[in-house]
Ligand binder design. Structure first.
Ligand SMILES: Cc1cc2nc3c(=O)[nH]c(=O)nc-3n(C[C@H](O)[C@H](O)[C@H](O)COP(=O)(O)O)c2cc1C
Length: 159
């Protein structure tokens, strides 16, 4: 016996999260990126995080071969970036955006709440998704409010 997809979404959507844009370089050196809320810290020693990505996502193949990925934790005013990296044509997602590059070359978006640069240390099969586990090589943050996701919609922190 197993739970149906609608119930799964309805119940698990009660677990609120932040929102990230994961970035990487594909095999041709092109920038790829997508919105990911299934991101979390995993271990302190060593410092590990994970991002869970749909096998159907356009950047999936790039993540299968990439040795690094970047994590942009979005700030409250970056809802448009979240929509952009989920909805528009994957080849145009970086057009006109302000960003820097991390030491590994991955895009770090301007004005993100935090940046994390990771070295891929493991890939774990997880149903229709894959967990990409990264060791954190560099990380930085600024003081600002986070963008939140709750029950299928965007939310803001009230405190
Ligand atoms: C708020 C939000 C959170 C999302 N979280 C995830 C996630 O954790 N994992 C995932 O694979 N897709 C997630 N998505 C969906 C992907 O961003 C989207 O399907 C992806 O960019 C695929 O588009 P593409 O195949 O055209 O690149 C999320 C979308 C939104 C708007």
């Amino acid at each position: 016996m197993t739970i149906d997809p609608d119930s799964f979404r309805s119940v698990l959507g009660r677990f609120s999260s932040g929102i990230t844009v994961i970035t990487a370089l594909d095999a041709d050196g092109q920038d790829v990126g997508m919105t990911v809320s299934a991101f979390c810290s995993v271990s302190l020693r060593p410092p590990l995080v994970q991002a869970c990505v749909d096998r159907a996502a356009s950047m999936f193949d790039a993540l299968q071969v990439a040795d690094r990925f970047g994590v942009n934790i979005l700030a409250a005013e970056q809802e448009a970036l979240s929509r952009r990296f989920a909805d528009i044509d994957a080849t145009r997602r970086f057009e006109g955006l302000g960003y820097a590059r991390g030491e590994s070359g991955v895009v770090l978006l301007d004005d993100a709440l935090a940046h994390v640069e990771c070295r891929v240390v493991n890939r774990v099969d997880a149903g229709d998704h894959m967990m990409f586990i990264g060791e954190v090589e560099r990380a930085s943050a600024r003081d600002a409010r986070p963008l939140l996701y709750y029950r299928g919609g965007y939310a803001q922190l009230e405190r």
